[in-house]
Ligand binder design. Structure first.
Ligand code: BTN
Length: 243
């Protein structure tokens, strides 16, 4: 059961604002509407979202049992681009999932964490005025997915047959995320250890499709793709590993 004072007690750095909702439209949207001061961070958590959103305005399935949180910082506190904040969110989520022994985890740049090739969590970083918001959705104690995502999604419950503690999950992710955002070199290390470096991929961006070999990532977290003819930098897209 989510409990605000328990989450708060587990946080290494205390947020200036911390709210827990039974149900919101979107924690990212909620965070975008609340002001914070310099050097502060805010945490919004929900048990359920009615309009959870993912990249490219996709829906994020957000029933009870999942965990939905957004961490907001003042943009001036961030020394690096939004892309790296999403990577920090992914690294923090993967770190938690490893700590509870979820196997076959894989980060699919830029926004997904997969377990056994199925999506178990997603990250959406957005700018709202002078804030940067990293929203993380975790399919924690979800035992049923609707038919349109049944073959692409999984949950911690499905992988372990155990109900996980959402307070522990939330605090672990936030603690790790805040450490990483102060150590960008650790985020780059995480990126450079992703399993698809050197692999042949297809990547679909909002306006183009590319095929090539992943050369690596630059210091802003952009993917460097070698198409055979040129090297291009990709900001975001849907990635499919071919071989
Ligand atoms: C994606 O896979 O495209 C990213 C999904 C991000 C979902 C999280 S849930 C918490 C936060 N609030 C939202 O509306 N979206 C993010």
């Amino acid at each position: 059961m989510l409990n605000l004072s328990r989450i708060y007690s587990l946080l290494e750095r205390k947020p200036v604002k911390c709210a827990l909702y039974e149900r919101v439209d979107s924690t990212n949207k909620k965070a975008s509407l609340i002001d914070i001061e310099k050097n502060e961070y805010m945490l919004i958590i929900a048990q359920q979202q009615t309009a959870g959103r993912g990249r490219f305005k996709r829906e994020w399935y957000s029933p009870e049992g999942g965990l939905y949180l957004s961490i907001a910082l003042r943009a001036s506190q961030c020394r690096f681009p939004l892309t790296l904040l999403s990577v920090a969110g992914a690294a923090a989520l993967e770190h938690y999932l490893k700590s509870i022994s979820i196997e076959n985890l894989c980060y699919r740049w830029p926004n997904d964490i997969l377990a056994g090739q199925l999506k178990i969590g997603g990250i959406l970083s957005e700018i709202a005025g002078d804030k940067v918001i990293t929203g993380i959705g975790i399919n924690l104690n979800i035992d049923h997915f609707p038919s349109h995502i049944r073959n692409t999604a999984t949950s911690v419950l499905a992988r372990t047959d155990l109900h996980s503690d959402p307070c522990q999950c939330a605090a672990s992710i936030v603690n790790h995320y805040l450490q990483l955002k102060d150590n960008p070199s650790l985020i780059i290390d995480y990126l450079n250890n992703t399993p698809f470096i050197g692999k042949e991929i297809n990547v679909k961006t909002t306006d183009s499709k590319y095929r090539g070999r992943v050369k690596g990532f630059d210091s802003a977290g952009l993917l460097i793709l070698d198409t055979g003819e040129e090297e291009i930098e990709i900001y975001e897209g849907d990635l499919e590993v071919l071989r």
